[in-house]
Structures are given as structure tokens and as C-alpha cells.
Design a protein around this ligand. Structure first.
Ligand SMILES: Nc1nc2c(ncn2[C@@H]2O[C@H](COP(=O)(O)OP(=O)(O)O)[C@@H](OP(=O)(O)OP(=O)(O)O)[C@H]2O)c(=O)[nH]1
Length: 197
């Protein structure tokens, strides 16, 4: 096969792997919705996290796959073994680094994210930054149902503590986060900030 033929075949293989990953995550999250008033399909979130990465110049396939899969074990019946079997050990490891232990108390989960983030691999830190960026932009657009302005403020303060632990990983993602952190919650949409108690 010519070198051009090899390149095309490698690219086709990567595209097929990416589509397999999206298909897998879409099936796993198929009955889940986001917490916004429109109850957006949950799969929009992992796809958006992957897009935040490519927009910021991250094209490593395993990292993009892990972004797409990052909530499957945490929020669905998916196991790490399943992920490893279908997508390999590298993807499994990044997903594992981004998965909270849901058997713990919520406050402990939040504390552990702050504590663990500085020790994550570069790939997991990138997913973490892209994940929080997506959630913060979502919150900025519209608070999840039942969240007061104080709850939103609390989330932003916590998210900053988490992403501060991943500084020095990706300048573009960090600049976009800085832009959000530099504005107070009340400046998001002025007095019209959309909370749905
Ligand atoms: N902004 C926003 N978030 C939503 C929405 N729907 C679901 N979420 C998820 O809710 C989480 C934040 O809620 P929490 O502070 O954990 O509180 P809650 O579960 O009691 O509501 C976020 O995850 P996380 O804890 O930040 O981290 P991770 O699970 O992604 O790692 C985010 O992914 C939505 O419509 N808007």
C-alpha cells in the first residue's frame, strides 16, 4: 500500500473508533437528561466536552474518547472492564482518573476532586478542564432547575478550586475558564439571570 493509502487507512480507522465511542456513550446515556429546564439529552454534555478539547487544539484520540466516555461509569451501568475491552487500556485509565466514587458523600466527592486533580495525568487534566468549562458555560446560560444564585456561586467557587489544580495543562482552556471566573455570577445575565426554583 502507498504511504498515502496507509494515511487514509489510519484516518479511517480513527474515525471509525471515534464513531464507535460516540455510539457507545449515546446508548449508555440514552435515558438521561441534563438538569436544565429543556431537559437536554445528557449525551450533549460529553460530546460538548470533547468539542471543547478539539477547539483548544487537543487531538489525541484516546483523550477525546475518554472525554466522550467520562461519565459512563460514574452515571450509568458501564464498567471499566467494558471500556478497556472496547477501547483499550489508555482510554480506560483516563476515564478512571475522571470518575468519582459515587458511594461517598457528595461533600467528600467534591473535596476529593480538589485534592486529586493536581496529581492526574496530563490527559485527565485536559478532560477535567474541558468538563468544568462546559458545565460553567451551561450554568452561565441557565442555572440547573432548583439552583439558587448562591448554589451557582458555590459551584463556581468549587469548580475554580478543581481547575486551579490543573493549571499549566492547556493555555486555551485555562484562558476560557479565566474569562468565566473573572465575572461574578450576577454579571452572567444581569438581573435577568435565569434560575428556576
Ligand atoms: N451546569 C449544569 N450541570 C449539570 C446539568 N445537568 C447535569 N449537570 C451536572 O451536575 C453536576 C453539578 O451538580 P452537583 O454540584 O454535583 O449537584 P447535584 O448533583 O446535587 O445537582 C455537574 O457535574 P460535576 O459535579 O461538575 O462534575 P462531573 O460529574 O462532570 O465530573 C454537571 O455535569 C445542567 O443542566 N447544567
Amino acid at each position: 500500500m502507498s504511504s498515502q493509502g496507509t494515511q487514509i487507512s489510519n484516518a479511517s480507522f480513527d474515525i471509525a473508533k471515534l464513531i464507535d465511542t460516540i455510539d457507545f456513550a449515546a446508548k449508555k446515556h440514552s435515558y438521561q437528561k441534563r438538569k436544565d429546564i429543556a431537559r437536554t439529552p445528557y449525551i450533549n454534555h460529553p460530546i460538548g466536552v470533547a468539542k471543547n478539547l478539539t477547539d483548544a487544539g487537543v487531538y489525541d484520540l484516546a483523550t477525546i474518547q475518554a472525554a466522550i466516555l467520562h461519565d459512563t461509569v460514574e452515571d450509568t451501568e458501564t464498567t471499566f472492564e467494558e471500556i478497556e475491552q472496547q477501547f483499550g487500556q489508555k482510554v480506560r485509565n483516563i476515564v478512571a482518573e475522571c470518575t468519582d466514587d459515587k458511594t461517598l458523600e457528595k461533600a467528600e466527592i467534591k473535596r476529593l476532586q480538589i485534592e486529586h486533580t493536581p496529581h492526574l495525568s496530563k490527559q485527565a487534566k485536559e478532560v477535567k478542564l474541558a468538563d468544568k468549562l462546559y458545565n460553567l458555560r451551561d450554568i452561565k446560560r441557565e442555572a440547573p432547575i432548583g439552583w439558587s444564585k448562591e448554589r451557582v456561586q458555590e459551584y463556581v467557587i468549587w469548580a475554580k478550586k478543581v481547575t486551579d489544580g490543573a493549571r499549566g495543562t492547556n493555555q486555551m482552556l485555562e484562558e476560557q475558564l479565566n474569562e468565566i471566573y473573572s465575572k461574578g455570577v450576577f454579571e452572567f445575565q444581569g438581573e435577568q439571570y435565569k434560575c428556576h426554583p
